[in-house]
Design a protein around this ligand. Structure first.
Ligand code: 5GP
Ligand code: MG
Length: 184
């Protein structure tokens, strides 16, 4: 594994994102909606740095299955959400790859009556976007490599790493016989 972003760089990125979001929210209540499972570390670090009232909710999305590293069919579960009528929503996800997950979520949350829906991603992969949607806040642009750590997994593993690392294609191949499980 090769380290792409150190713990210190990630902390600086979160500080930077929190400062911009706080400044643009100007003390008004914000409904933060984290995307399970990959965003849990970003969400936990980000909300503790936000000024002003924050209401936290989670949704679930998955486009990866088990040991596949290419996007598959997108599944969304929004059943944990309260009424969003009139709320100022910030969707928080770990990584923007093709953009299909965020595009579908933004549309779904608008459909639930939110007054405003903005999106924040910690990471964005270069040259991969397949949608017109541009995230409102981006922590880091990274090369098109498969990354793990700081919430992101490969086949359910590595989410706990305090840094972000690229998973070597050889390491991915050596896991290809592993048991398939669903993860987000
Ligand atoms: P998109 O819908 O933008 O193509 O994919 C976004 C989702 O795919 C992310 O929320 C994340 O779950 C997953 N994903 C995309 N790229 C990576 C990656 O490099 N590593 C990991 N672990 N997950 C990724
Ligand atoms: Mg995800």
């Amino acid at each position: 594994m090769k380290i792409i972003l150190t713990t210190e760089q990630l902390a600086e990125g979160i500080d930077r994102l929190a400062a911009v979001v706080s400044r643009e929210s100007d003390g008004k209540p914000l409904t933060v909606i984290g995307v399970l499972t990959g965003s849990i570390v970003v969400v936990a670090d980000l909300i503790r740095r936000l000024d002003g009232p924050v209401n936290l909710n989670m949704v679930w999305a998955s486009s990866y299955r088990g040991t596949a590293t290419a996007a598959g069919r997108l599944e969304l579960r929004l059943d944990l959400l309260p009424d969003l009528n009139g709320q100022d929503v910030l969707i928080v996800d770990d990584i923007f790859d093709t953009g299909r997950t965020l595009e579908a979520l933004v549309a779904a949350l608008r459909g639930r009556g939110a007054a405003r829906v903005r999106s924040l991603v910690l990471l964005r992969k270069q040259g991969r976007a397949e949608t017109a949607l541009v995230p409102d806040f981006v922590g880091f642009d990274i090369p098109d490599v498969f990354v793990v750590g700081y919430g992101l997994d490969y086949d359910g593993q590595w989410r706990h790493l305090p840094y972000l690392a690229a998973l070597d294609p050889a390491e991915i191949a050596s896991h290809s016989g592993a048991q398939v499980s669903s993860h987000a």
